[in-house]
Design a protein around this ligand. Structure first.
Ligand code: HEM
Length: 133
């Protein structure tokens, strides 16, 4: 159990960093009006898989610890809700951008991933930033 929480906590850095980098790269490509190619699908797809993994681990922790019974209001309700919203936002962004051919693909990823970052930063427990390493 301890290892799973540690994994869930550490993996968050990969999630946030990858999504942030993808968002910045898409923003640059959108401003430059670069065409959206099939190759541009790769980083957003990997980012969503990396997020999927942490949501899955989070759900396992949630069930194992019976978090719905309460305790910490933030971890029991707000954290999972915001993370599920982030999960929906990343998959919707990817699905909408996937088959584009113009710079609009980059625009969708840049805006969609910015929303995802906002949801993640709102949902990650505040105390975990200082010693989350
Ligand atoms: C529906 C999805 C999720 C559920 C149900 C969930 C569930 C949980 C639970 C039960 C804990 C408390 C573990 C404990 O201290 O006993 C926790 C902690 C945490 N979660 Fe999630 N989680 C989800 C998604 C995510 C995602 C996507 C991220 C980051 C990208 C994340 C980051 C964290 C962090 C940083 C902690 C604090 C760990 C610590 O105390 O060091 N969670 N989560």
């Amino acid at each position: 159990m301890g290892e799973l929480i540690m994994f869930h906590s550490l993996w968050r850095w990969i999630v946030v960093l990858l999504i942030f980098i993808t968002m910045v790269v898409s923003l640059i490509q959108w401003v430059r009006k670069s065409d959206w190619t099939k190759g541009n699908r790769v980083t957003p797809l990997i980012s969503s898989i990396v997020l999927d993994i942490n949501v899955l681990v989070g759900l396992i922790l949630y069930v194992m610890e019976k978090r719905w019974l309460g305790g910490d209001h933030f971890i029991s309700y707000l954290h999972p809700l915001l993370m599920l919203a982030a999960l929906a936002a990343i998959h919707i962004s990817y699905a909408k951008a996937k088959n584009k051919t113009s710079f609009r693909g980059h625009k969708i990823i840049a805006i969609g991933f910015l929303i995802v970052i906002f949801l993640l930063l709102s949902g990650i427990p505040h105390g975990s930033w200082s010693f989350g390493m």
